[in-house]
Design a protein around this ligand. Structure first.
Ligand code: FAD
Length: 276
């Protein structure tokens, strides 16, 4: 599609899910991603599933990034997990704070992702390529837009090599973020996170919680389709392909696809981009 891509998966919860994901990965490998990443449940809740899936991807001959969240973790536990990942041959990490479900005490020795990035660099030097999260539409818990930008800059200064964004449907927010971060000295690549649109209610529910805005015109169109999933998918394909095209034209150097462990929507967007 003319741009390097990476593809994100979450660890499956059942053997059937794992089997289905293997097939999905094979379909998506046809897009020749630079690497595939696997999410990590905050508090270590999916650690084994994350590491197992990362291991499978490496065995399949694909580069893999393990997401790694630090909320609630101790230095000793992070040190041990880094050693495990290194022994597995993992070279890429997505370093995150994560979110603990309400009711969990914070505990732990890490407060922010910047603490984790600094710790990984101290402990392992340049063994890992480290990506961090970026929020063009501002993280929901940020004290202010400026504080959030500064938080991003501190992750880069702590040693991040690149960033992947929360998904968004307004490319101006992305371009503005890249510009503002660069003005503050953070010039590492910021790869847009792309969320295909395949369902209405799920997207609308999820977005409220994670700091991604669904523009009014997209929200209303989606609501207008009701249960007509074919129309939702066709509309979603148009909207997200156009967004990718704007990002490509505007100079984004790569795209990171949130596959949601499905192949169809990502493949359709890639095909559309090849035709433009
Ligand atoms: P941080 O960068 O630490 O920021 C968290 C909040 O703290 C922000 O509001 C920031 O403004 C603020 N902040 C940061 N530093 C300071 C400071 N020094 N002083 C005051 N405030 C500060 N979650 C998972 O659980 N598992 C995953 O695998 C996962 N993968 C993700 C992948 C991507 C690409 C993205 C964009 C998000 C992912 N998330 C994942 C979600 C992420 O964990 C949450 O958004 C979480 O709330 C913030 O994590 P962070 O690493 O961005 O945190």
């Amino acid at each position: 599609m003319g741009l390097p891509i990476s593809i994100e998966f979450f660890p499956p919860k059942t053997p059937e899910g794992a089997e289905k994901l293997r097939a999905v990965r094979q379909q998506l490998y046809g897009l020749k991603p630079q690497f595939c990443s696997v999410t990590y449940g905050a508090g270590g809740s999916t650690q084994q599933g994350t590491f197992d899936t990362v291991g499978e991807i490496l065995t399949e001959g694909m580069d893999a990034a393990s997401h790694f969240s630090c909320i609630g973790a101790t230095k000793a536990s992070v040190r041990a997990e880094l050693a495990t990942l290194k022994a597995m041959g993992v070279k890429r990490l997505v370093a995150l704070r994560g979110d603990l479900p309400s009711g969990y005490g914070l505990g732990g020795e890490f407060h922010y992702a910047s603490d984790l990035v600094a710790f990984i660099r101290e402990e392992t030097g340049s063994d890992f390529h480290i990506e961090v999260a970026a929020y063009p539409e501002i993280h929901p818990q940020a004290k202010s837009p400026e504080a959030d930008l500064q938080a991003y800059v501190s992750k880069v200064k702590a040693g991040a090599d690149a960033a992947m964004t929360q998904y968004f449907y307004n490319s101006d927010a992305y371009f503005r973020f890249v510009e503002e971060a660069a003005k503050r000295g953070a010039t590492v690549p910021v790869v847009p996170g792309i969320m295909p649109i395949t369902s209405s209610s799920q997207l609308l529910r999820f977005s409220d919680a994670c700091g991604a805005e669904i523009p009014r015109w997209i929200r209303l169109r989606l609501q207008g389709f009701g249960d007509d999933t074919a129309s939702i998918k066709a509309f979603g394909l148009d909207v997200v392909s156009d967004l990718c095209e704007q990002l490509r034209k505007g100079g984004a150097g790569a795209l990171h696809f949130y596959s949601m462990n499905q192949s169809v929507a990502t493949l359709a967007i890639a095909k559309r981009l090849e035709q433009t």
